[in-house]
Structures are given as structure tokens and as C-alpha cells.
Design a protein around this ligand. Structure first.
Ligand code: SAM
Length: 234
């Protein structure tokens, strides 16, 4: 995994010291080992994990300066994209949030094994966390839900002036267009869609960069049943 990560980071233009490369490979090894007994990821091949978990996540550091920032990873699962970002961004404080406790247990234990500081793991639902409201400089999220609903989970957690980075497939224009009403209603504004090649994976992915321009109205987020039943479509 180390060689793929080292070369892939260089291809992405992400500077990394050898110890950061090693930390990612070690986290990957812990993930694949834990995955033998606990269902944490569908990707079981080390080379694919290096590309589709670590390099895909790392691409975000080319899109926002995360050093020293407070970042929440919503629906973090086994720690993606949050943990690779924490390894790469000095002084970043990471909160991983997931509604499945065993995933957060894995991330907590694996980060402790790596001696990776500044990582908090929370078990719970993003829409049921009033104590986290407008607390973060940046929210990131990958593979959690469609952008209209995802915006209601993530934008309330971001400070005014902060960013929400939603990782998506390359053909996300229609999804972004559909989410426009929700993004605005929640205090956001779509700045851009940034596409990138995942090195070695023959895949183009995209990040929707959303700015938080005003506070989220108090009625959001709603309960999940409401978000799902009546997504904010205008
Ligand atoms: N982000 C990780 C990745 O890309 O590998 C995990 C993606 S996994 C497909 C989606 C994760 O989102 C699951 O672990 C699920 O438990 C979590 N999730 C879904 N809805 C959530 C919510 N409302 N609040 C917190 N976590 C949620």
C-alpha cells in the first residue's frame, strides 16, 4: 500500500512526508485486518483500498486548506475521508460522526494505535446533534446520501464562512441542480464542482464545494423521517 499511496499523493500534487505515507498504510492494514471479523468496508484488496479510500480522500486537501481547522466527517464509516485528511493536514481537529457504533469504535482504536491525536469519534445521527451546531470550519462527507438530504445533515454543523465538501461521482450536475433550493434554504451557496482523477483507479470523482454564507434557520435539520419524506426541493 505504501508505494501506491506515495506515488498517488505525488500524482495528486499533495506533499507528504514518509511518516504520513506510513501512517496511512498502517491505518489501511488495520482496517483490512478488522474487516475480516467486522463489516467495515466492501473494499478488501489492499491496492484498491490504497486508491479508493486513501488517495480519493487525500484529493480534498487540494481543494481547501484544512491545516489548523475544525473538520467534521459526517457518515465517516471506517474513517473516510476524515482520517487520511487528519494524517495530511497539520493541526487539524477531526470529528468523525457515524450512526453505527462499531465503525466509530474501529476509528477510535485505529487512531489510538497510530498515536494520531486530534481525532474525536462520535456515535450518533448528524441530524440529532444540536450540540454540534455551527461548530465546524469544514464538513466533509462521502457516500452518505443524495445531496439535497445530505445538505440538511451537514450544513447546520458548519460555521458561517466555512465550507461543506461533498464527495460525489463525476456526473453530479443534475444532483447539484436539484439540491440548489435546499443548499440556499440551509444557508449555503454552491461555489463549484471540482473533478479529479483518482490516481491508478481509472476513475474521475468530483467534490461539490459549498460555502456557508448565512446561519441555518432554526427549523433545520428536521428529523430523518421528515427529511426523507419531504426533501427540500422548493
Ligand atoms: N464515508 C464513508 C466512506 O466513504 O467510506 C462511509 C460511507 S457508508 C456508505 C455511509 C455511512 O454513513 C454509514 O457508515 C452510515 O452508518 C452513515 N450514516 C448514514 N446516515 C447517517 C446519519 N444521518 N448520521 C450519521 N451517519 C450516517
Amino acid at each position: 500500500m505504501e508505494d501506491i499511496i506515495r506515488e498517488g499523493l505525488a500524482a495528486l500534487g499533495v506533499p507528504a512526508a514518509e511518516e504520513q505515507v506510513r501512517a496511512m498504510a498502517r491505518y489501511g492494514a488495520l482496517l483490512l485486518k478488522a474487516n475480516e471479523t467486522t463489516n467495515l468496508t466492501a473494499i478488501t484488496d489492499p491496492a484498491a483500498a490504497a486508491r479508493l479510500h486513501f488517495l480519493d480522500s487525500a484529493a480534498l486537501v487540494t481543494m481547501a486548506d484544512l491545516a489548523g481547522k475544525g473538520v467534521i466527517d459526517v457518515g465517516s464509516g471506517a474513517g473516510f475521508p476524515g482520517v487520511p485528511l487528519r494524517i495530511l493536514a497539520p493541526g487539524m481537529a477531526l470529528t468523525c460522526l457515524d450512526s453505527v457504533g462499531k465503525k466509530m469504535d474501529f476509528v477510535r482504536d485505529a487512531c489510538a494505535a497510530l498515536g494520531l491525536e486530534g481525532v474525536e469519534c462520535l456515535w450518533g445521527r448528524a441530524e440529532e446533534m444540536p450540540q454540534l451546531r455551527e461548530k465546524y470550519d469544514v464538513a466533509v462527507s462521502r457516500a452518505v446520501s443524495e445531496l439535497t438530504m445530505l445538505s440538511e445533515l451537514c450544513l447546520p454543523l458548519v460555521k458561517v464562512g466555512g465550507l461543506f465538501l461533498a464527495m460525489k461521482g463525476p456526473d453530479c450536475e443534475e444532483e447539484v441542480r436539484k439540491a440548489d433550493f435546499a443548499v440556499k434554504a440551509l444557508g449555503g451557496r454552491v461555489r463549484e464542482i471540482r473533478r479529479y482523477d483518482v490516481p491508478g483507479a481509472d476513475a474521475v470523482h468530483a467534490v461539490v464545494v459549498i460555502e456557508k454564507v448565512k446561519p441555518t434557520p432554526a427549523q433545520y435539520p428536521r428529523r430523518w423521517a421528515q427529511i426523507k419524506k419531504k426533501p427540500l426541493l422548493g
